[in-house]
Ligand binder design. Structure first.
Ligand SMILES: Cc1ncc(C[n+]2csc(CCOP(=O)(O)OP(=O)(O)O)c2C)c(N)n1
Ligand SMILES: CC(=O)[C@@H](O)[C@H](O)COP(=O)(O)O
Ligand SMILES: [Mg+2]
Length: 642
């Protein structure tokens, strides 16, 4: 970017971090202030993740000022805090395209910039990835830009996941130079839970802790001078104390901290010292505040973790109202009703109480709700244990995050036929979070498991029934999936009806073509059918309800009585349609000329857009369904228009 006179904002002089190298420490402080205002301004216009980014403005500035990115690899855990990083690394002019079609991703993304060496959005991967870069550096890997330091920035919430410890365990053993910055803001999306969170709080509960720990490990020289003085003084105190070392030290890291993550002087001093002197794995413990520097964010319960567009002065978000309740809320309310009748029902969330609606369940049943932190693997096996112990656990996870607990689903739940109920939210395409958060694969990875019951709700009333059905299944695991966002506005039943397992329903009877829908595409199917009827073609529509077990009778009847059968689902290949195809092939139903098609997500990761446009680009909205019917029946599309 072109540098100009003395009044030019410093941010205008930064196109890449190289431009920051000429700034004095005082100027870096000013740059951080400008970066904070810019971040607020951008997110007020785009919506997105705000609180986390505001908490790392100083950290981002200091890291880029001290290290040589992109040669030094900077890896943001989850990476929802990466907006200030994007602004400093050549993407400022595209920030208003954030999270929109063809725009910048809301997360780090390798294909977007050399300054994003590792993509993320699911948490707790950063230390593993950074260690990989460190080993690649030491063993002569030589990608573009060369390889320098590997720096992982991980939050206290992300530190609740097992992967982070697996990585530290390995890093401590390998002893390679690696820098981990623990960004401890005492917040996850919700307030963090768990013993690790309490442990971190204790690390800075005692004032002179950083001096004590450093002195204890003889690491005084790694601290900047003001802290070294304190550390020396603390040595006397240490003579009278037993200090066992932090957990991080036990794992083989040198620990520096806690330091004030908003104090640029401290940050610059510590980072410079670490850069100059670190030999093995280092953990820098920075205390920050989520939402820092923006009063409405600081004051809000979630620290403006994820926001709609908002007015900067008032902080008021511009949320689009909806007439229908969200699927999440319908799920939570149905679960509460069921739990009122059955004291064995318990619910588990992995750090997403609000997102899964379990905050409502927790208000009603605090002792029957468990927030296990970001720990999906544990959540699944914990549920398996509770099921084996005679409870009725409901494991409420987003589809995309259930992926992390897959072996646990297979080995701990399915193999032992334990009646864990998986409430799978955010099934299908989710919009602005993009490909990392798409719930594309759960049908495929669950429906292939022996004895698993897999349901998808066509609307919110169906969801109420599926909650009841799932809780009635006591001899094997079950899952029900539902999309992000508002339902269709249908009347809700007072109580959920227990559905017959493996039975679908006919929504309308017609001729020539049957459309067999699994899940919430049903509305689009119905819209397509209305169009087709104007051409004198009335398709049969069925709602499969179950991908496992399949409704064999229904499917074989539809196949026998129609010229064509089309399946549709909000998921990848390998799911419902594939199972239907397999059944038809095995039963010889394809031997006599049945035309069969399946509508699934394309075999590609779909980037962010509005959910509607994502579905349109996946070819799964009413016009594409209509075309698919016409194509399959060999009816000319041109004739359709005429
Ligand atoms: C495996 C996984 N589970 C759940 C989430 C949802 N999630 C996104 S950010 C977040 C909280 C992260 O907290 P922390 O690491 O402390 O970062 P902060 O937002 O406080 O900066 C959660 C639970 C996720 N990204 N990945
Ligand atoms: C970063 C992250 O994973 C979450 O903040 C996610 O963006 C939440 O999305 P929902 O709005 O669907 O809960
Ligand atoms: Mg945090």
């Amino acid at each position: 970017m072109t540098a100009t006179g003395p009044d030019t904002p410093l941010l205008d002089q930064v196109n890449t971090p190289e431009d920051m190298k000429k700034f004095s420490d005082a100027q870096l402080r000013q740059l951080a202030d400008e970066l904070r205002q810019e971040t607020i301004s951008v997110v007020s216009q785009t919506g997105g993740h705000l609180g986390a980014g505001l908490g790392v403005v100083e950290l981002t500035t200091a890291i880029h000022a001290v290290f040589d990115t992109p040669k030094d690899r900077l890896i943001w855990d989850v990476s929802h805090q990466c907006y200030p990083h994007k602004i400093l690394t050549g993407r400022r002019d595209r920030m208003l395209s954030l999270r929109q079609a063809d725009g910048l991703s809301g997360f780090t993304k390798r294909s977007e910039s050399a300054f994003d060496p590792f993509g993320a959005a699911h948490s707790s991967t950063s230390i593993s990835a950074a260690l990989g870069f460190a080993v690649a550096r030491d063993l002569g890997g030589a990608p573009e830009h060369g390889l320098g330091d590997a720096i992982a920035v991980i939050g206290d919430g992300a530190l609740s996941a097992g992967m982070a410890y697996e990585a530290m365990n390995n890093a401590g053993h390998l002893g390679k130079r690696l820098i981990v910055i623990l960004n401890d803001n005492e917040m996850s999306i919700a307030p963090p839970v768990g013993a690790m969170s309490s442990y971190l709080s204790k690390l800075y509960a005692g004032e002179p802790f950083q001096e004590l720990k450093a002195a204890a490990k003889g690491a005084v020289s790694l601290l900047p001078h003001p802290l070294q003085d304190g550390a020396k003084r603390a040595k006397d105190m240490l003579k009278h104390m037993t200090v066992g070392g932090t957990l991080f030290e036990q794992l083989g890291f040198s620990y520096v901290g806690p330091i004030d993550g908003h104090d640029m002087d401290q940050l610059l001093n510590v980072l410079r010292t670490v850069k100059d002197r670190a030999t093995g794995p280092m953990l820098i413990h920075a205390i920050t505040q989520k939402g820092k520097g923006y009063a409405p964010a600081e004051a809000s319960d979630d620290k403006y973790h994820g926001v709609a567009k908002f007015d900067v002065i008032s902080g008021k978000q511009k949320k689009t109202p909806s007439n229908a309740p969200s699927y999440t809320k319908v799920f939570a309310q149905s679960l509460i009703k069921q739990a009122e009748q059955d004291d064995k029902v318990v619910a588990v969330t992995a750090a997403m109480p609000d997102g899964t609606g379990l905050d409502l369940f927790a208000e009603r049943f605090p002792s029957r709700t468990f927030d296990v932190g970001i720990a999906e693997q544990h959540a699944v096996t914990f549920c398996a244990g509770m099921a084996a112990g005679g409870l009725k656990p409901v494991c409420a996870l987003y589809s995309t995050f259930l992926q992390r607990g897959y072996d646990q689903v297979v080995h701990d739940v399915a193999l032992q036929r334990l009646p864990v109920r998986f409430a799978i939210d955010r099934a299908g395409l989710v919009g602005a979070d993009g490909a990392t958060h798409a719930g594309s694969f759960d049908i495929a990875f669950l429906a292939n498991l022996p004895d698993m019951v897999v349901m998808a709700a066509a609307d919110e009333a169906e969801l109420v029934h599926m909650v009841a059905t799932s809780l009635s299944i006591n001899d094997r695991p079950s899952a029900f999936r539902f999309p992000r966002g508002a339902g269709v506005g249908i009347d809700l039943p007072e109580t959920g009806e227990v559905l017959e397992i493996g039975k679908g329903r006919i929504v309308q009877s017609g001729a020539r073509v049957a459309i067999l829908s699994f899940g919430a595409r049903l509305q689009e199917v119905q819209k397509a059918a209305e169009k087709l009827e104007t051409r004198g073609l009335r398709p049969t529509i069925a709602d499969a309800r179950f991908a496992k077990p399949l409704d064999r009778d229904l499917i074989l009847d539809l196949a026998a009585s129609h010229e064509a059968l089309i399946t549709i689902e909000e998921g990848s290949v390998g799911g419902f349609g594939s199972h239907v195809m397999q059944l038809l092939a095995d039963e010889g139903a394809l031997d006599h000329g049945l035309k069969i098609r399946s509508m699934v997500f394309p075999d590609t990761f779909i980037d962010q857009d509005t959910p509607e446009k994502m579905y349109a680009s996946a070819g799964m909205c009413a016009p594409e369904i209509e075309s698919k019917v016409l194509e399959t029946l060999g009816i000319s599309q041109i004739a359709k228009r005429g």
